[in-house]
Design a protein around this ligand. Sequence first.
Ligand code: PDD
Length: 278
Amino acid sequence: RTVYLNGEYLPEEEAKVSVFDRGFLFADGVYEVTTVLDGKLIDFDGHAMRLSRSLNELEMKNPISKEDLLEVHRELVARNGIEDGLIYLQVTRGAADRDFAYPKDAEPTIVLFTQAKPGLSTSPQAEVGIKVIGIEDQRWGRRDIKTVQLLYPSMGKMMAKAAGCDDAWLVEDGFVTEGTSNNAYIVKDGVLITRHLGHEILHGITRAAVLRFAREAQMKVEERPFTLKEAQGADEAFITSASTFVMPVVEIDGAAIGTGKPGAVAARLREIYLEESR
Ligand code: PDD
């Protein structure tokens, strides 16, 4: 595989980052994951804008213009022959002598690599849905910044697996914030309900697109918090993310949602999303 590192295209074995990189020592870095379907980037602009925002919030320099970033994405897709897959992008504050206070003028490290995912858009998982557990949200308070501090979400996934499930929904002060790596939704009496934006959740690019399509389809949308109990009594539940699109949730903490099968609203939104965003 060819990867991109600080302005160069390199074979993956030759791409090296300093042991003093603050991404490695402090998780002082941000990332984006952009989907490729049929060789085309999905929602590149949204991801580029969120990257700028994350960097701004952390007083980090943006090492690349949007035009150059698009070029790098396209070049990697071409060089690695990606039809369906993901592009991972990470920017860290760069290498500096270890110190909690960060240097204001460090040279950021920028890395991009691809992951081929043949058949990504025809995932059989979407036909059966996923099962989730509820766990306490123990992440830091600025989840709107897409940092590489992903240890708690990793632990959450492992807890879900240990419980025979696929993912975990995170709960804070009694309300669901989001999934470990996705936004969470329920549908009740035809109303689509998902948590409002704020520091508590990542502002999903897929979320923005799906809410737009839902409103265009005359669906009623409520952006507000909901509890696990409300979710268990909903007609449908689902998640969204760049890599899963719209994925039905059929069980929450052992309780079947609706009929226990993927719901019609989730299926419809998945279809619209896949049609409209490519
Ligand atoms: N995760 N919430 C969290 C905590 C996330 O990590 C993600 C994305 C989302 C969905 O955002 P978007 O629709 O922009 O992908 C919500 C990516 C896919 C990941 O970590 O792999």
